[in-house]
Design a protein. Structure first.
Length: 176
């Protein structure tokens, strides 16, 4: 299975993929090496009833309804997983913490300052789907020594790809 990330509490029976409704477990992350922060943009383009293309930024969702917000996060998660399969930089090992919206934290620095790809298949089943655009960019002030003193809520399930472990942050928690 590989090495689990350094955490205050161990995770047993780690499945191979994210799945189902997340059951959050509070885990205190403890790394002495620090974290790197990246911004993610995920935009879907659909064709409307007038046959015009409409683009929606799901990584910056402001939905007040928790059910709709969760649907937007699921869309982002699908594109993120496709990007992990696409980009070698996201599979070379290390630990990744994604909030299923616009922020990714890693324990290793990615060699590229920007990764982008447009997906035309396999990220949406909607008949009016045109494309999904994924952009990952290094933040200007992207090195963080530690997460905040508050605990970060991680889904106890992990998406493992090659030697990289991808955790989903269930609740957005301030990180300093």
């Amino acid at each position: 299975m590989g090495v689990l990330p350094p955490m205050a509490e161990s995770i047993s029976n780690v499945p191979k993929k994210f799945g189902g409704v997340p059951k959050s477990k509070t885990l205190a992350l403890c790394s002495t090496d620090g974290y790197y922060q990246y911004s993610i943009s995920i935009k879907f383009t659909f064709r409307n009833s007038e046959n015009k293309e409409v683009t929606i930024d799901f990584s910056n969702s402001k939905m007040m309804d928790p059910i709709l917000l969760e649907q937007d996060k699921k869309r982002c998660e699908r594109v993120y997983k496709a990007a992990v399969r696409k980009f070698m930089e996201l599979r070379k090992g290390g630990w990744f913490f994604y909030d299923c919206q616009s922020t990714l934290y890693t324990t290793t620095i990615l060699p590229s300052e920007k990764l982008s790809h447009t997906f035309f298949k396999r990220v949406s089943k909607r008949p009016n789907f045109v494309k999904a655009e994924f952009v990952l960019e290094r933040k200007t002030d992207f090195y963080l020594k530690t997460f905040s003193n508050e605990n970060v809520h991680l889904d106890k399930k992990v998406f493992i790809y090659k030697s990289s472990l991808h955790y989903k942050i269930s609740d957005k928690t301030p990180i300093h």
